[in-house]
Write a protein that binds this ligand. Sequence first.
Ligand SMILES: [Zn+2]
Length: 461
Amino acid sequence: MTSWSAQITELIDPAVARSKVTHEVIIGHGALAETGQVVRRAMATVGGASRVLVMADDAGFAAAGAPVVETLQSSGFDVETLVLPSDPLPVASVEEAEPFRARLASDSSMFPVSVGSGVINDLVKWAAKETDRPYVTVATAASMDGYTSAGAPLARDGFKVTIPTRAPIAMVADLEVIAAAPAEMNGWGYGDLAGKVPAGGDWLLADALGVEPIDDLAWPLVQDHLRFWLSGSQGIAASDPDAVARLFVGLTAVGFAMEFHGSSRPASGADHQIAHMWEMEGHTYEGRKVSHGAAVSVGCVAVLALFDWLLDQDLTGLDVDAVLASSSNLSGKHVAARQAIADPSIANKAMVEVAAKHIGQPQQRERLLHIIATWPALRTRLRDHLLRADTMVTMLQRAGAPTHGAHIGVDAGHLMRTMRAAAFIRRRYTIFDFLEDTGLTDAALAAVMPKLTYGNQQAAE
Ligand SMILES: [Zn+2]
């Protein structure tokens, strides 16, 4: 049995060595005190910078801001802070990042340092990219996998896209700060990491159909260790330092996997498409914006339920002509997307994504024949990889993460609408597309919804 500290040497250090962008990652107890020296080394790689702009929101600054400023000052830096309010929580959008971008753009001697978790990290990442500067990120919670990744999942004019940005030049993660984060935030990170189980299933489907082959770098970096990272579920809710460290190492490795693969495919499938729908809707529950990890957590259970159902089917008996006769052509899919997505500007952008992955009938016939011929082997491969939805529900519950729509204010009708719309917003091939290709969408949704709704009733009681 390995340990998180062994994985720093065995997984994270080699990933840093391979990374074209990230030069240094420090994960450990008391790591915060090294921030000044980390920034000094990072700054030495670029000309012109001499001062530090620490960007945070109130919550992130309260978690680590003062010690970060102190270590920077004692390393001889002139430090300025730019802190957004935490109430309301900052939104993951290009518009929200504008003050950071503007301050950096106005002073070329400013070196950007992010202190915070998900949204702040993404805002700074975008602002640094726009002003063509490297940045250092100081992580304050194990709440998502984006610290070491290149993409920033931000909304622009209300449409969620993964904007190509750069990963940080260095990351500092003090495990005392991270273990002290609100337990629910580390639960969100656990949910984000749990989503890699169904996301791996989606990638296996795309691989089997020749849509997007699995690679031999990003896949093992995430999937070979995923069960170990997820094994500390009980400790997450209890803020157990060892479990939280294990989770954080996993989230960090996932970030590198995305950089090495060149997209978020190693980390994001149908579960994230569901989450992105709610994020684009600006979905709130109990007066707060539902976090990325909480949304992924619920999406993860829903997608695993679809996989459970799919694995119970015998696709060797598919009636190809019948499936083709009932399949939608591109304009039919466009109509369905418009019906499923209420917001016209989101629907407009979805048109492009739908067209990008649409295939004509001859290709669909070929795909169906391939599925029929290879289903037993594919089913075995999926079974070996996946976890059952029930098992995942238990793990997520232990970690304090939401598992059903009712836990985040999504009722059965809303969940159903989301499941119908989610595939339209990204061209990435997932189980949603596989069900569409095989004519099984309606049957699958009808089978899993009572189960997911049963959870709603339980939660409401
Ligand atoms: Zn995520």
